[in-house]
Design a binder for this molecule. Structure first.
Ligand SMILES: [Zn+2]
Length: 439
């Protein structure tokens, strides 16, 4: 989105941070000296009968469960065993199958981050970074617990909560608690720009999520990055520390949810002419991940994909930071499936895109991409009543996952439910932002 030449408060903060980090004149060669060789990790997926997250005698291994390193996917053998290659910085995770949950009594335990030395000290990140994870353990064991899941369910979809400080995080708390109290949704997804660059707020955000009593999923946005990372490889250190993998998938009832990171950061000090040092791009590894997930999912199943940056933008169609450059390759992957839908945020507008053969989606019924209304509306501006309830200011979406039936009807139902479930942001369609800000 265009900032219309205005230097906003947030943009100014980001630029000061970028300039300060750039002033270090860090030699670019030094921070690329990282071990990128593969190692092999192994472990099990087991039924955690006690719910304590640990494998006890009698907890059986679960066969045929997908485990991934973010790109490759293997399935567990009859004893629940898996083995995968892993590189420094990768997250290993189990793709929770239908009728199971990875949430133990203590925490969601579906992933393991492998970054033995943590964030390189030489980077001198001032934003929150990663402590060393140590070497790979002998066995990485993912617990799963049975969870009855109804065929029809609702999911709450948020985007751009974008809290810049503790006060705005208080607004986020009000919105999340209010939204989750109004529904019996199965889980919620926040589509990124959870924060507005201050990553020290993540722990308080996590406390708010616990208060909602709901299961949460996330994909990262451009305001959730370690902006002071010269090497973009380290742009999501805080995300990995507080939230988890930057891309993963899970299944619920008959649907498969894939969460992607399509924020391609160029690194601190690498701002382009438009002033934004990132573009929308899924990248080959994640495209391979999507292909691998689909290979293991029934062709008739509903596939829902979440990302932060839209696949396309009405407001600024030519902006690489407001749309996804490899959209065509992504849509081509989905083309052999009748039931797909995708969601994003970022633009603080509500948009509905329908992609057909011209964009790479080769089916007679188009792929529906829904750009979600920003939870923060116009960056938490306006009077209190507007922030909290004015439908033109902020919103969230309750999406009903259809109960099935015939293939066409399933997709049509999905489309209708998206329109019907527009929630408080529905009236905000295609509206421009109320004040200058950064998406
Ligand atoms: Zn954004």
């Amino acid at each position: 989105m265009s900032d219309q030449g205005l230097l906003t408060r947030r943009r100014a903060i980001a630029m000061i941070g970028a300039a300060a980090a750039g002033a270090l004149l860090w030699p670019r060669k030094a921070e690329t000296a990282i071990d990128t060789r593969f190692k092999f990790a192994q472990g099990t997926v087991f039924e955690d009968q006690s719910g304590d997250g640990r494998r006890s005698p009698g907890d059986r291994g679960l066969a045929g469960i997908m485990v991934s390193n973010g790109t490759d996917i293997v399935t567990t053998d009859e004893d629940g065993r898996w083995s995968l290659r892993v590189r420094n910085g990768d997250s290993l995770f189990v793709i929770t199958p239908p009728q199971w949950t990875s949430a133990t009594r203590h925490r969601a335990a579906f992933s393991y981050l492998y970054q033995p030395d943590g964030t390189p000290a030489a980077l001198q990140l001032r934003s929150p970074s990663l402590n060393p994870t140590g070497e790979l353990p002998a066995s990485i064991d993912f617990p799963l617990m049975r969870q009855p899941q109804p065929r029809c369910f609702e999911a709450l979809l948020f985007a751009d909560t974008q809290a810049a400080d503790a006060k705005e995080l208080g607004y986020v708390r009000e919105v999340l608690l209010s939204a989750t109290a109004q529904t019996d949704a199965a889980f919620a997804i926040n589509h990124g720009d959870v924060m507005a660059d201050d990553l020290t707020l993540f722990p308080e955000y996590l406390r708010i999520l616990r208060e909602t009593g709901m299961a949460w999923h996330h994909c990262p946005g451009n305001h959730d990055m370690n902006l002071d990372a010269i090497n973009p490889r380290y742009a999501f250190e805080a995300w990995k520390r507080f939230i988890g993998p930057t891309n993963y998938a899970f299944q619920y009832a008959g649907a498969t949810f894939i969460l992607l990171n399509n924020v391609d950061y160029f690194g601190c000090g690498a701002a382009t002419a438009g002033g934004r040092a990132y573009r929308g791009r899924i990248g080959n590894n994640q495209l391979q991940f999507v292909a691998n997930v689909l290979r293991n999912v029934s062709p008739e199943a509903l596939v829902v994909v979440s990302m932060h940056i839209p696949l396309a933008s009405f407001d600024d169609p030519d902006s690489a930071s407001d749309s996804t450059v490899d959209r065509g390759a992504f849509l081509e992957l989905l083309s052999n499936r009748p039931h797909t839908v995708s969601f994003s945020g970022h633009s603080h507008t509500t948009e509905h895109h329908y992609f057909g053969p011209r964009e790479g989606f080769c089916r007679d019924v188009p792929h529906h991409h829904h750009v979600l209304t920003a939870a923060c509306g116009s960056w938490w501006s306006g009077p209190r009543c507007a922030r909290r309830s004015d439908r033109r200011q902020s919103g969230w979406n309750a999406e009903r996952v259809p109960c099935s039936v015939g293939r066409r009807k399933l997709l049509h139902d999905a489309l209708r439910s998206v329109r019907r479930g527009d929630g408080p942001g529905g009236a905000h369609s295609h509206a421009r932002r109320g004040r200058a800000g950064t998406a």
